[in-house]
Design a protein around this ligand. Structure first.
Ligand SMILES: Cc1cc2nc3c(=O)[nH]c(=O)nc-3n(C[C@H](O)[C@H](O)[C@H](O)COP(=O)(O)OP(=O)(O)OC[C@H]3O[C@@H](n4cnc5c(N)ncnc54)[C@H](O)[C@@H]3O)c2cc1C
Length: 484
């Protein structure tokens, strides 16, 4: 039975076990919900479909988007305020939930300290170069659009990407190891190989348990306080992608996540009367830097026209590429700023001795690229970009032959992505109906819920795990309080 329909408690013949709180899935969100619920005195049972801890959090770099004066920010003399962080996130969010963003910013320092207290290590290093993820174990990095126009005008730019102390990528595994240790110390109980398929509701319609399968055996577990859905997103469910998130469904985009990112939690929440929101939202990207010298190049579409300040956060830049006619985009460089992209998501198309020949080689309208470059170069020589406001750090006339074009088009360049939409939840993690009522006993957090991140253009690295852990904690505290 995988239709996700909610089962009536009265039809359950045998309950296998009971707990105060059931947490479905043990990633960033589930671990934090479990820890907080257990710390508040609740008996907590985690049901995890995998045979161990292996969710998408384990695949992650380990960035958390945090600010407002965290220890690493202060150690580096960075002056950040709740207000600047709030203004930045609001400016980058299509439909910002002001209450949630404010909570997230006001309690960001507390959340950082809580992570540290629960064993998640961060040093005070600051990787100052432009990179999609620091190759070192340094903590801080510019991980969003803070320095890019127009956001640089809307909030004081401050670095807020905090990476767990781990060299290079895959710091998410370290995060999960530490959060698992914290959960074990609090006697959180685990059942692995437990695929939750349905919620159970009582006669009042309150969520009172779940059904799961364990190597084909059906089991029911009762939840006295409630159930926290924390089972990840839906990047691996092609039919859901086609229905809700066509950009990510495109065969030219590699879906990122673990195999269990099949949208089960969202579907169970929907079946219980919940409502899904921002489901079209996805982080889709194909970073072309490092080398950062490539940021001095310009992106043009099939009309030979620029369309974005190229120094934006890579997901904003690449989302803009996808939005061009037929998803066609080229990065144009000259000999002075050329370098091969380190992660090789873009191929070098070719190099030409002059712009007119390049224009022909790329099949661009006659004169279009020549005009675009003439305008760009004239302004860049004065350290200006009046059209798209690229920062002067990256402005340099492209005048040294040969000229190269890197392929950034959808279907030609390697794009990767994961989902951002999910169940509508309150700031306490309660799953909400379309009418805005809380479904009693049902919570959601992490990639199966919608809290802060809504689209790729406004995304900053670290927002997903930042909000998964933060709102996971809030859900855990609320469900444990029995106030549902
Ligand atoms: C390569 C990569 C790098 C990333 N790097 C970052 C980063 O550095 N910073 C950042 O903020 N975000 C990052 N993200 C996004 C981020 O990792 C995820 O959004 C986040 O980890 C989701 O956490 P979660 O707890 O919701 O899900 P998960 O960590 O996936 O945990 C969900 C768990 O639920 C289990 N589960 C699924 N279905 C069921 C079921 N039916 N019953 C029981 N259990 C179930 C799964 O097995 C899984 O263990 C990255 C994503 C990818 C793919």
């Amino acid at each position: 039975m995988t239709d996700y329909q909610t089962i009536q408690a009265k039809s359950v013949n045998q309950w296998h076990a009971s707990s105060d709180v059931i947490v479905v899935g043990f990633g960033a969100a589930g671990s934090c919900a479990a820890i907080e619920a257990a710390a508040a005195g609740a008996k907590v049972l985690v049901l995890e479909r995998a045979s161990g801890i292996s969710g998408t959090t384990c695949m992650a770099t380990g960035h958390f988007y945090l600010g407002g004066g965290t220890r690493p920010q202060l150690a580096n003399g960075l002056e950040d305020t709740v207000e600047d962080m709030f203004n930045y996130l609001v400016a980058n969010t299509p439909e910002p939930d002001l209450n949630k963003i404010r909570l997230y910013c006001e309690q960001s320092v507390e959340h950082f300290n809580w992570l540290v207290d629960h064993g998640v290590p961060f040093n005070d290093g600051f990787y100052r170069r432009k990179h999609y993820e620091q190759p070192t174990d340094e903590c801080l990095i510019w991980s969003g659009n803070e320095k890019a126009w127009p956001f640089s005008q809307q909030a004081k730019p401050v670095a807020r990407g905090h990476k767990v102390e781990n060299v290079g990528s895959e710091g998410g595994g370290l995060v999960m190891r530490k959060l698992n240790e914290a959960a074990q110390q609090l006697q959180v109980e685990f059942q692995f190989d437990a695929r939750v398929t349905n919620l159970v509701s009582d006669e009042q319609g309150h969520i009172s348990g779940v059904r799961y399968t364990h190597f084909g055996e059906e089991r029911f577990v009762a939840a006295r306080n409630g159930v926290v859905l924390a089972a990840g997103g839906f990047a691996m469910n092609q039919s859901m992608l086609e229905q809700y998130c066509p950009k990510l469904a495109h065969p030219g985009v590699v879906k990122q996540g673990n195999p269990n990112d099949d949208g089960a939690a969202i579907n169970m929440g929907l079946a219980a009367g919940g409502y899904a929101t921002h489901m079209e939202g996805a982080l889709i990207t194909a970073p072309f830097y490092p080398p950062e010298s490539l940021l001095k190049g310009i992106l043009v579409n099939s009309h030979g026209q620029r369309f974005i300040n190229e120094d934006s956060y890579h997901a904003r830049t690449m989302t803009a590429c996808l939005d061009q006619p037929n998803g066609i985009a080229y990065l144009i460089t000259d000999n002075a700023c050329f370098g091969r992209p380190e992660i090789q998501m873009q191929e070098l198309i070719d190099a030409w001795e002059d712009i007119a020949t390049m224009e022909q080689g790329l099949g661009l309208p006659a004169g279009s690229l020549q005009q675009t470059l003439a305008d760009y170069n004239a302004h860049a020589a004065e350290g200006k970009d009046p059209t798209f406001h690229k920062h002067s750090d990256w402005l340099q006339p492209l005048i040294e032959a040969p000229y190269a074009a890197l392929q950034c088009s959808l279907g030609e360049s390697v794009y990767v992505g994961f989902t951002l939409g999910g169940l509508r939840v309150s700031a306490q993690g309660e799953v909400m109906t379309e009418a805005g009522d809380a479904i009693i006993g049902l919570y959601a957090a992490g990639a199966c819920a919608s809290n802060i991140a809504q689209d790729g253009a406004g995304y900053s690295s670290g927002t997903a795990i930042g909000e998964s852990t933060f709102f996971g904690r809030r859900a855990g505290r609320h469900v444990a309080s029995g106030s549902c």
